[in-house]
Design a protein around this ligand. Structure first.
Ligand code: HEM
Length: 478
């Protein structure tokens, strides 16, 4: 009698002991946190982190584990639910967490990405993205989260505006014209080239000096960040876009582009990008100045943004040939493109402030004395006075510039340096003068390269602006 009774008490004692000893095992959350150096509030629910004991009682196997209900009941902490730094790009978020690139480029998101801690950014960006007109709504209606790129976060241009390590959404993917096509608008706006051609001719007839200015405008757009019409975006109050930079001093023709865009929009609303329009304008003003013709491939998208700091990519008249070559190289252009395209200084005018003033660092150091005296005389009128870049054939796009260059009758150090300081560019100068027609043909080739430099092709990463000076969402950035 006593032995079954004693065995029952014995078994009950063992069960009581085991269950209580397990219950008093150290909290697995604290233990795991200590093991992984995670913060004390970290709770892990993975079975591999739970402490279990298996006992054989009366021939049966019993497994007892330390309590994990806390972790299960309350779930993981917020920091565990949000992707950790560095994991964001590799972990694929749920469909509801995906946000289109246009949303990432939403100005309010960009601003926050550059300034705020990632967790705050994600919460707020989700709200902003929700409000964005181009928002892709997930069928579940789930609140989207913005994926933060795992890259270093530095602004690709190396802009000092961005704190080191600050998050920044990637710049649009660009290519050097591989996606462009000559027949891009054949179905959607076949008359686009003739509209632009007529308008350009109208404007140049009214004011011939606008032709070189439009050619320069196109160059300044394409050479900094690529041919994306970012030069056209206005921000009159904060002056935070490319066009307000000193590197873009003296640019004109913005109103002409706006007017031509208006005419194109009337016939083909929402079809033709400002970047494509500016490219055709550059080709057509070249024709107006008796320069060569070339076919323009189409399909560029306009940028959502424009940053003042990007204008540092525009070459400066004080630079020597090595710096110019580096800047051209960054745009996918070579030494021959530099030698050829500088020939555009065979038309147009420059302000006295560009080559006079304190130090006159931008002036050609090998300037012909008589020419220099004439310029000094002219510039007595003030820094806003203008002089012809080529005073022999000022309105014709031809090789006269290279003759002037060899005679020291060009304005800038940057012009002079391609003849004095680099044997490859200087031999091209000689070739253009000795072989008629070569420069014209090569100018067309280099202009196509310039126009195809770093274009945006993906409709999610750029847009067809309705007005060239304003992004479609009405906001510049930040
Ligand atoms: C290679 C480096 C270049 C430098 C440093 C440079 C610099 C300049 C400067 C300082 C001016 C005078 C701006 C003013 O005072 O208003 C100017 C004018 C001009 N540039 Fe360049 N430029 C370069 C290349 C080019 C290229 C590649 C093109 C065209 C493809 C171009 C086209 C023009 C034209 C047409 C003007 C006259 C603009 C007008 O009449 O409004 N330049 N350039």
């Amino acid at each position: 009698m006593a032995s079954p009774f004693l065995s029952a008490i014995f078994i009950a004692a063992i069960v009581f002991f085991i269950s209580h000893s397990v219950w008093f095992l150290p909290s697995q959350g604290a233990e795991a946190a200590a093991a992984t150096n995670a913060p004390p509030n970290t709770r892990l629910s993975s079975p591999s982190h739970r402490r279990c004991t298996t006992l054989v009682i009366l021939g049966k196997h019993y497994t007892f584990c330390a309590p994990s209900a806390v972790a299960k009941k309350k779930g993981r902490t917020l920091s565990e639910r949000l992707p950790r730094e560095g994991h964001a790009e590799t972990r694929r978020p749920s469909p509801a967490a995906r946000v289109s690139l246009s949303e990432r480029n939403h100005p309010s998101i960009r601003k926050r990405l550059s300034r705020e801690p990632r967790r705050v950014i994600r919460r707020r960006a989700a709200t902003a993205a929700h409000k964005h007109p181009l928002r892709r709504k997930h069928p579940t209606g789930g609140q989207p989260l913005v994926r933060i790129p795992a890259t270093s976060g530095r602004h690709p241009s190396g802009s000092p505006r961005v704190r080191p390590g600050a998050a920044f959404p990637p710049r649009p993917v660009r290519n050097n014209g591989e996606t462009l096509r000559n027949d891009f608008y054949e179905q959607t706006c076949p008359q686009v080239e003739s509209i632009i051609r007529n308008k350009v001719s109208e404007w140049v007839t009214k004011d011939p000096s606008i032709a070189p200015s439009l050619l320069r405008l196109h160059f300044h757009d394409a050479i900094s960040t690529g041919n994306d019409a970012s030069i056209l975006l206005k921000d009159p109050i904060r002056r935070s876009t490319e066009m307000y930079s000193g590197f873009n001093g003296g640019l004109r023709g913005f109103d002409v582009v706006d007017d031509i865009k208006l005419a194109v929009e009337k016939s083909c609303p929402g079809i033709v990008s400002c970047a494509d329009i500016l490219t055709v304008i550059a080709r057509d003003v070249t024709l107006e100045m008796k320069g060569p013709f070339w076919f323009v491939p189409f399909g560029r998208k306009d940028s959502f943004t424009s940053f003042l700091s990007d204008a540092v990519e525009v070459p400066n008249q004080e630079s020597d040939v090595n710096i110019l070559l580096k800047q051209f190289d960054a745009a996918g252009l070579t030494f021959s493109d530099l030698a050829i395209l500088t020939g555009a200084h065979s038309v147009g005018k420059s302000h006295c402030f560009s080559f006079t003033g304190a130090g006159a660092g931008g002036a050609n150091p090998h300037m012909n004395l008589t020419y220099a005296q004439a310029l000094n005389q002219r510039c007595k009128a003030g820094p806003l006075e203008t002089v012809f870049n080529d005073d022999v054939t000022p309105n014709i796009l031809d090789v006269q510039f290279y003759t002037n260059l060899k005679q020291g009758r060009v304005l800038f150090k940057s012009d002079d340096t391609i003849y004095r300081d680099n044997s490859m560019t200087s031999s091209l100068v000689d070739a253009f003068l000795s072989q008629p027609g070569v420069w014209d043909a090569q100018f067309a080739v280099s202009m196509v390269k310039l126009a195809n430099s770093r274009v945006i092709a993906d409709p999610n990463q750029g847009e067809i602006r309705r007005i060239c000076s304003v992004p479609n969402n009405g906001l510049i950035h930040h």
